[in-house]
Design a protein around this ligand. Structure first.
Ligand SMILES: [Zn+2]
Length: 459
């Protein structure tokens, strides 16, 4: 057929050619798929891979996908692909949707030091490229961005980003004198009126959702009072935004559920969640945005020589100085001598048990890591999070669905998260089957965002 004369490198190099557009339109017209296709289109065809589409069903061998101008226009069996010329042959490979980390921080860390002065567009974009190199093609930042984030995000949404897509809360809401945020970025609030003003300010800038912290850092700091959390929730909803909370205690989670919160960005870590909370979450559609299991594990992992310090997949995104510090016996000793250190493994165990309980009760959950702060490694953490979920009793398929389809649902990102027609072609090509071993999500062959291969730090 005419497809055979499609220029060979159209797909790989994304060149727009009139010929390609005409051929596609002709082919498409014949099968009624591409009626509205523009005459000039950039085409990518990949075939012969096993598809794990992010919707939780069985994997589909011998799959193919046709991408036009960054969006999926066709997905199905390779033998039925409407366009075959210049297809990239992915025989033996596995394709999953681009992964979504629903709880990160970015831009504020250099080596192992966090400081708002590091927050530049350059540092933000470096972090977004790191996430992309690990297959995390979408991240949700939880309340520690400077206003410059909106220009980065808006530019991404205006076209086809070449780095990880970001969702942002702008500056999250912190109680004055209380826990949370980054000094110099977040403006703490003292009362309900100030809280509402601060929420309105984030909404006016274009925040994707509102984030607030409600915690007393193990009874060492004052906790945001209920009238302020209510004001934050009400103001978010008045602005048409979802509102997600940092919590630690079961009782706080219950009160916030009653106050109308939309999701929690950490697990309850002081006690087992009970039926009262899971019932409330189910009834009101409150989601476990992030369980941050890898965060709880990272809190005590570096109190001794951690095995991942020798793992190239871990090391590839860290500076030599950060690695040196994590491996230094002095730092390990200082981590292990923190007053709360002996309690940290217990918080991790409680988080693991609670995610399991919530899932069993039918609560929805994403994969979120709280990565970004010192020692909580961008990109790597998400793969660790999925591994911990499987150790927790989830199937690899459930962990992948949480990190893709569910993550997109939580963010209200209708054109992300699954490999389906009309969605953005954000996907990860793996060299081994992640449904057999969740650690195979680390065997990354290539990463695509909006139909274009993005650079990997390993390259
Ligand atoms: Zn966080």
């Amino acid at each position: 057929m005419g497809n055979a004369i499609l220029p060979n490198n159209t797909a790989r190099h994304g060149r727009k050619t009139r010929l390609a557009g005409r051929l596609l339109a002709a082919t498409a017209g014949a099968i009624g798929l591409f009626a509205t296709l523009p005459a000039l289109a950039e085409t990518l065809v990949v075939k012969n891979f096993t598809l794990i589409d992010g919707r939780g069903g069985a994997a589909t061998p011998n799959s193919a996908m046709v991408v036009e101008d960054g969006r999926i226009v066709w997905v199905g069996p390779s033998a039925q692909a409407p366009v075959d010329a210049a297809a990239i042959d992915l025989t033996g490979k596995f394709v999953i949707p681009g992964l979504i980390d629903t709880h990160i921080h970015m831009g504020n860390v250099h080596d192992l030091t966090q400081d708002e002065r590091f927050y530049t567009t350059e540092n933000v974009e470096a972090d977004l490229r790191t996430y992309a190199s690990y297959g995390f093609t979408t991240v949700a930042v939880m309340g520690t961005d400077k206003d410059s984030v909106f220009a980065v995000r808006n530019a991404e949404r205006a076209g086809r980003p070449t780095m990880t897509r970001l969702f942002t809360a702008g500056q999250g809401i912190v109680f004055r004198g209380g826990y949370g945020g980054v000094p110099g970025i977040n403006r703490p609030v003292a009362n309900a009126r100030e809280a509402a003003i601060e929420v309105d300010a984030q909404a006016a800038k274009g925040a994707d959702y509102i984030k607030f912290w409600l915690d007393d850092e193990l009874a060492t700091m004052p906790k945001m009072p209920p009238e302020i959390s209510q004001a934050v929730i009400d103001a978010a909803h008045r602005n048409g935004l979802k509102v997600f909370a940092h919590i630690f205690y079961l009782e706080d989670a219950k009160r916030l559920a009653a106050q109308g919160v939309d999701g929690f960005v950490h697990s309850v870590r002081d006690k087992p969640v009970d039926k009262e909370l899971t019932d409330a979450m189910k009834e009101k559609g409150i989601v476990q945005v992030a369980a941050t299991l890898s965060r709880e594990a990272a809190m005590f992992a570096y109190g001794k020589p951690a095995p991942q310090l020798d793992d190239p997949f871990f090391k590839q995104s860290l500076s030599p100085e950060a690695l040196r510090l994590l491996a230094s016996p002095e730092r390990q000793k200082s981590v292990a001598s923190a007053p709360a250190f002996p309690r940290l493994p217990g918080f991790f165990d409680t988080a693991m048990a609670n995610l399991k309980r919530e899932a069993a009760a039918g609560v929805h959950y994403g994969v979120g890591t709280d990565s970004g702060p010192p020692g909580r490694v961008a990109g790597y953490s998400g793969h660790w999070e999925m591994e911990l979920m499987v150790k927790d009793g989830f199937t690899p398929g459930q962990a992948i669905q949480a990190a893709t389809g569910y993550g997109a649902e939580i963010l209200g990102a209708k054109d992300l998260g699954t490999i389906e027609r009309a969605k953005w072609a954000d996907f990860v090509v793996l060299d081994a089957d992640p449904l057999k071993d969740i650690r195979n999500t680390r065997k990354i062959n290539s990463v695509y965002i909006a139909g274009r291969k993005v650079r990997s730090v390993a390259q």
